[in-house]
Every structure is written in C-alpha cells, then in structure tokens.
Unconditional design. Structure first.
Length: 614
C-alpha cells in the first residue's frame, strides 16, 4: 500500500484557508440538507431538474422517465428487462448514477440497470450533461443522473398511496410517507411491480412468452438535528428483482435473472455560517443469480461488498468557494466466474469556484485517485459562465474524465470462453462544451454544443486462442448539439405547458471511421400539457432516428416514434384528502419498434391509476 500521508497533508493545507463570510443560517441549513452539494455549486453546465408532475407521469422506472424527458437513448432487452443508457453517444458504463451524492454504478458491470430504479420514490431527480469525473468519479463521461432524498425539518405528516392496473396484467403499488418535526424527519417509500408482460410482437403471431417479472423497491431516510449546527442523516435503498429474460424474434428463452441491491449511507454534518464539515460512511451490496434454464437448479452468480468513507470540507470566502474531499473505498468481489478480487481506492479532490463580480463565475476542479491494482489518471475540469443579465447567460467548460475497469474486465477467470485482463487500462476522455441559456417567466430556451475525444475504450475481443478478453483498442470522437425550449401560459383556470428537446449526436470510431453502435443521430422529445381546473390532459412523444447494430455499420434498426396520451381528474375531499384518477394510453399509435435488435417493444397498452394523498 502506498504512503498516503503527503496527499492528506496537501489536501488539508489547500482546504485550511480561513476567511470571514456573512451567510444566512437558513441558507446554510438548506445546503446541508442537500447531500449532493457538488451538483449545486460546481456543475457549471447543463443540468435539467425533472419536475414532480413529470415523475408522476413516467415514474414507474428510470427508463420510462428518461426516454420521454431527456436526450439519453435507452436500450431495453424487452419491456422490464435490463436497460442501459447511451448519453451523448457514450456507452452504458460511461453514464454515472449518483445516489445521494455517491456513485452507485455496478462494480461488476460498470453500469446501472435503469429498470431497477423507481423515480417516484425520490424527492429530486436531475440529469447533468457532460463529463463529471472530478466531482462524481468513475463513469461520469457522457453525463450523470442524480437521485436525491429530500428532508423537511418542519412539523408535517404526509402520506401518498398509488395503485395502478394495466395491460399484460401489470399491477403496481406504491406507498410513500414523510413525517417530521423541527428537529427530526422520517421518510419511507415502498414500490411493488408485477407483470405477466406477455405482449404481442406486432407483425408476427408471437408473444413475449418468457417476460414475466416482479420487483420490490424500498427507500427510507431519517434526519435528526443533534444540536445547533449538527445534523445526522441516514439513507437506505433496497431493490429485489425476479425477472424471466425475454427471448428474441428468432430465439426463445427460458432463462431467469434474480438480483438484489442494498445501499446504506450514514452522514454527519457540522456547520456554521462560514464552513461545512461532512463525514459519510457507506455500505453497498450487490448480488445476482442467473439461471440459463429456470427449470433447473444450476446458476451462475456474482456479488460485491463496498465499504466507503468520505470527508468533505467546504468554505465560503465571500466570493470564493473551496471544497476539499477525501474518499476511501474498499471493494471485494466474488462469483462463479470471478476470482476473489479486492480493490482499495483513495481519491483526493479539490473544487474551486469564484464569483468575479455579479456577471462572471469561473471554477477549476482537480482529482487524483490511487488504486492498488492499476494506475489511475489525473483528471481536471475548468468552467466559466458569463451572465448578461438575470435571464441570459453563456457558459463554457472543459474536462478530462475516466472510467475504471470493472471486476469483470480485470478478474474474470480464464476459461469457459472468456477471461479478464489484469493489464487493462482505464478509459479516458477530453471534452469541451459551450452553451447558452435564456430563462424568463413564461419560457426557457437552452442550447449546448459538445465534443468528446475518448481513448483506450475497452472492448471484448477473442485472442489467438479464441478466448474472449477485454483490451484497450478503440478511440472515438463524439460531438453534437442539444437544444431545448419550454413554454408556459396561464389564463384563468387554463394552464398550458409545452416542453421540447432535440439532440444531434455523431459518435465515430476513430480507427474505422464507422459510427458507433446504438447511437441515434437524432432524438426529439416533446410534451404538451393542458390543465383546466381539476382536469389535466397530456400528450408526450419521443422520436429516435435509425441506429447501427453492427460495428461495421452493415446492419441497422429503423427509426421510430412513440406517443403516450393521458387524462386525469383530481378530487379534493375535506381539507387534507386529495384523490386523483387517471387513464394513460402508451404507444398510442401502436408502433412496431425495437431499440435493441430482434427484441420488440410492447404494442398499444393502457394503464389505470388511482392516487390518494393525505
């Protein structure tokens, strides 16, 4: 193990700058409550916050939410199966998912299955575009998705029950509650989803015969003010899934996949008007069992245990904000095809932000990791924003980012046709982005242009002995343009909201000059909502252009568009009891489409929902 004392000394020295700042204590408390404070202060780029009304509409899975409300391309192996993102043309392991401030990408696969995340169980969901490896660690190359619990320190008692039934015998139950006083708050949410998922394959006489699934998702959090200026918070999330894996049009399946994820985080904060100290202790556990034939007892498995400690110290020196962070994690992995792998990681991070007058803000961020089983790159980011006035601003940022090889890529046992590579190097990228924002009361317009130059991309290929192994081989260039426009108008009891986005993405293999697989050149989303009194009518649409499904670009999937239509009515009974009923038609025009080759998505289907809020 390396001697880390010099690095601790350097970091603490940098963060030990003292100064005097006048800050409102309420503002400081709000900031302490928000665990993912790096997103608030040091992400000077494109960040989209998804509103509660949007989450209500598409809250059954993170896949459904982002498919209709972001520029991310989602690949599903059939409805409810494993779902992976492509953010700005990068692959699934290059999108980081941040849960209450910590990176939860799988240590085995490097990615998060977006069908295992239930958005409506979180108080805040944000999508951050562009590289964020300095702030959020490995995998934050294309962008990051942030899931945050929200604490309320006031006297309240709220309960919400949602039940729904839909096509393919799909049943959903969701209960959430938040209870609190001025010093203590408790939040709890549970979601149960089960479906036969036996939809028709349009254009054929086949059905999705092995697609049944059920899962349970539990969120819990507790916050307590120990004393003035001291706050203790605990977060928990558990997902238990049991899914039959769908086959394809050309091949049936009888496989089954069971996964279990548990996340626990304890955080202590000490704060005053000038400084905030945070200490976090985390424990993450992931496990899966895969049955090639669910009628048999034999299976393969893998599991990891992650222990982490984080110290975070932030100072506000009037117009300058300094934030020093030290992370330590210990990870161990076991599995049928994985040698017992262990990884120790120490990361030191320094974040700097300066408000230069009222119009100019700039920052610089640095991060260095020290890992026992390979050499990790030094990463950095620079950013600046100029505000012409209160509603018009331009920004620029540039960064170097990286992705750590997973345990599968390093420790896979040679044999069975596959093998890991202990000499594999981290992926890295250089990227730049420029953007502009206009934001007024009735409209918001944004655009952003980006460029990503990646190297040492990891690809699994057969060696001379026919053994599949990961190697650093591919360099790629990704570039594009993202535009969004939101309009809102209200007169009397009438309220109309129209939200639109367009993304142009080019992702090219620098060696072959072929387009990367599963990257649509164009993606469009639009949603139109009309509300009158207690009634609400909405229409939403996303359009994906064609994608290549082979590396030589010899085969492709056709582009497609998918629409949903919904109608809801709210009822207020007595003073605190609110009831809402809704009908939603998904895939309104019965489109025959696939986002992964040979794996059809559902035909037109219907959902009935009842929501009770007290």
């Amino acid at each position: 193990m390396r001697n880390y004392k010099p690095f601790f000394f350097i970091l603490i020295s940098l963060c030990g700058v003292c100064g005097y700042a006048q800050r409102d204590s309420i503002t400081v408390l709000d900031e302490v409550i928000l665990t993912d404070v790096r997103l608030l202060h040091f992400s000077n780029g494109k960040v989209d916050v998804l509103k509660d009304s949007i989450v209500d509409r598409n809250g059954s899975s993170l896949t459904d939410l982002l498919q209709f409300n972001s520029s991310i391309y989602l690949k599903e192996n059939g409805l409810g199966m494993i779902s992976s993102p492509s953010f700005r043309g990068t692959n699934a392991s290059q999108t980081a998912v941040i849960w209450n401030g910590i990176n939860i990408n799988s240590q085995l696969t490097g990615q998060v299955d977006f069908n295992t995340i239930v958005p409506r169980n979180y108080g805040s969901i944000s999508v951050r575009s562009g590289g964020g490896s300095v702030q959020f660690g490995s995998g934050a190359i294309g962008g990051s998705v942030h899931l945050n619990d929200v604490f309320r320190f006031d006297k309240h008692s709220e309960h919400q029950l949602l039940v729904s039934y839909g096509s393919f015998d799909t049943k959903n139950f969701n209960y959430s509650t938040s209870i609190g006083t001025k010093r203590t708050t408790v939040g709890f949410g549970v979601n149960y989803l089960v479906s036969e998922n036996d939809y028709k394959y349009l254009g054929t006489d086949q059905r999705n015969e092995n697609g049944a699934f059920n899962n349970i998702n539990v969120n819990a959090n507790v916050g307590h003010e120990i004393a003035e200026g001291q706050l203790l918070k605990f977060y928990h999330n558990t997902f238990i899934g049991d899914r039959d894996f769908s086959g394809t049009i050309t091949a049936s399946s009888n496989s089954n996949y069971r996964d279990y994820n548990s996340r626990n985080l304890l955080e202590w904060s000490h704060f005053n008007e000038k400084r905030i100290h945070r200490v976090k202790f985390g424990y993450l556990y992931e496990k899966y069992k895969y049955y090639d034939n669910k009628e048999r007892e034999s299976f393969t498995f893998g599991n990891t245990n992650t222990f982490l400690v984080n110290y975070d110290y932030k100072i506000d020196l009037n117009d300058i904000i300094l934030n020093g962070i030290v992370d330590y994690s210990y990870i161990e992995a076991k599995g049928t095809d994985i040698e017992n792998g262990k990884r120790n990681t120490l990361a030191t991070t320094l974040l700097f932000k300066h408000n230069l007058g009222e119009k100019i803000t700039y920052g610089a961020n640095l991060r260095k990791e020290f890992v026992n089983d390979y050499k990790s790159p030094f990463v950095y980011s620079l950013n600046a924003r100029y505000s012409f006035n209160s509603y018009h601003s331009v920004y620029f940022n540039a960064s170097k980012n990286y992705r750590v090889p997973t345990f599968n890529e390093v420790y896979w046992i040679l044999g069975g046709g596959s093998g890991g590579n202990p000499d594999i190097r981290p992926e890295s990228s250089l990227q730049a982005e420029i953007g502009q924002t206009f934001k007024k009361e009735k409209y918001t317009f944004q655009w952003a242009a980006f460029y990503i130059d990646s190297e040492n991309l990891i690809q699994w290929r057969p060696n001379n002995d026919g053994i599949w192994t990961p190697i650093n081989i591919k360099d790629a260039s990704n570039y594009g343009l993202e535009v969004s426009l939101e309009l809102a108008e209200k007169w009397g009891n009438h309220h109309v909201t129209w939200k639109n986005s367009y993304a142009l993405t080019e992702a090219v293999d620098s060696e072959t000059e072929n387009s990367l697989m599963y990257v649509p050149r164009h993606k469009v989303t639009t949603s139109l909502t009309y509300a009158y009194s207690d009634w609400r009518l909405f229409y939403q649409l996303f359009v994906n252009s064609s994608v290549f499904v082979t590396s030589d670009n010899s085969e492709s999937l056709s582009g497609y568009s998918v629409s949903n239509l919904g109608l809801s009515r709210g009822f207020k009974i007595k003073e605190k009891l609110n009831i809402e009923t809704s009908l939603q038609v998904n895939n309104l025009f019965n489109k025959n489409y696939q986002n992964v080759a040979y794996r059809p998505m559902p035909n037109r289907n219907v959902q009935l929902k009842l929501k009770i809020k007290i």
